[in-house]
Design a protein around this ligand. Structure first.
Ligand code: 1HN
Length: 349
């Protein structure tokens, strides 16, 4: 066991306290009073392990649907707030997550912002997200990007509610004070490309001959569940099975092989029936959403029972292990690429 702190606070004395008070008046402070907090021997996240039950949140989302329209709200979202950071609009220290509802016949105004967003579709029969002039029909399990500064809007021409999990790197963008946003000049951006165009053009193991890489996000913005799910199934048959992760794949930017957006990585993993995973930990606090099935996850000594569409969080450097009785599929996302870019990311099996 590592020492709780390398630097316990020195003793206090009236003389020292008086000195600290005079320092505060000069907007200065003694580092020896906070050194242990500033350089912990291992991560000490405010983020705590937590689970959100879809069965409890869905009725609240439908109630929100009766209280406010998608147009009035601009985005009708229930923020999933980490209980360790209430009021901070964070599910982890660096990421925001929420559940968004678009009712039949509704759409949302088109806007863009510097924060990057992902969607993981929970319920949809005909809903869509439009990104820079192209609409993608949302189907359950689809993973969809709205990269930084792309115009986006959502709509539901179908007859049932559309619900998805939003993930944004807002806390990172706002830590840097780099938040910008603007409306599209009209309520809804025009459709300028046929559905499926970017996936064909950039997601078919070929690129247009004249293609030059530009931008930091993937040129495709939808990763259909049908393809990802089939891949996991076939790879499970091929083996081998990772004793910690099951069959786990990361979504990529096909141009770079790296993460689909600069600060956010996303993953899909199959935990086959009877899987009893070994624990592992990493420094990227991770948000999980059960795409299929149910299971049990041990997170830093606590046990969480999850069902389909439940969302749970593993804080930085907390051990996690998953076990399932029947086949289950977990979607997850984290700030891993941001940590890697700064040379900070660690994992331990
Ligand atoms: C946003 O733009 C969306 O476009 C959803 O669907 C949630 C939360 C905070 C800031 C912007 C969206 C958001 C958001």
């Amino acid at each position: 066991m590592e020492a709780a702190t390398l630097y316990p606070k020195p003793e206090s004395s009236p003389e020292r306290e008086g000195f600290y008070r005079r320092l505060r008046q000069l907007s200065a402070a003694p580092v020896w009073e906070s050194l242990g907090d500033l350089i912990p021997t291992q991560p000490r996240p405010a983020c705590v392990p937590a689970l959100w039950r879809y069965a409890e949140l869905r009725p609240m989302l439908m109630e929100a649907g009766r209280l406010i329209s998608a147009r009035e709200a601009a985005r009708r979202v229930l923020i999933l707030e980490n209980p360790g950071m209430p009021g901070a609009a964070r599910i982890t220290g660096s990421l925001y997550a929420g559940l968004q509802l678009v009712l039949p016949g509704e759409d949302t105004p088109t806007h863009r912002h510097t924060a990057s967003a992902l969607r993981f579709v929970i319920e949809s029969n005909g809903g869509y997200t439009a990104v820079d002039g192209e609409r993608a029909t949302m189907r359950p399990g689809d993973f969809i990007l709205t990269p930084s500064w792309t115009f986006h809007d959502h709509g539901n021409p179908g007859s049932e509610p559309v619900v998805w999990l939003d993930g944004l790197d807002l806390p990172i963008v706002n830590m840097f004070d780099t938040g910008f946003a603007e409306h599209y000049p009209e309520e809804t951006q025009p459709v300028t490309r046929r559905e499926g165009d970017s996936l064909l053009r950039y997601g078919s193991n070929m690129f247009p001959v004249e293609y030059n890489r530009d931008g930091m996000a993937a040129p495709i913005f939808t990763y259909p569940y049908s393809r990802s799910r089939e891949t996991l199934q076939q790879l499970y048959k091929n083996g081998p099975l990772d004793p910690r992760r099951g069959v786990k794949m990361q979504y990529i930017n096909p141009v770079t092989g790296g993460s689909p957006m600069p600060a956010i990585a996303a993953f899909l993993q199959l935990l086959p029936a009877g899987f009893n995973g070994q624990p592992y930990r990493s420094t990227d606090a991770t948000i999980f959403c059960a795409a299929e099935g149910s299971g049990t996850s041990r997170i830093g000594g606590e046990t969480f029972e999850w069902r389909r569409h439940d969302i749970f969080v593993v804080p930085s450097w907390r051990h996690v292990s998953h076990s399932v009785e029947q086949d289950a599929v977990l979607f997850s996302f984290s700030d891993r690429p941001a940590q890697k870019a700064l040379g900070l990311w660690r994992e331990e099996a």
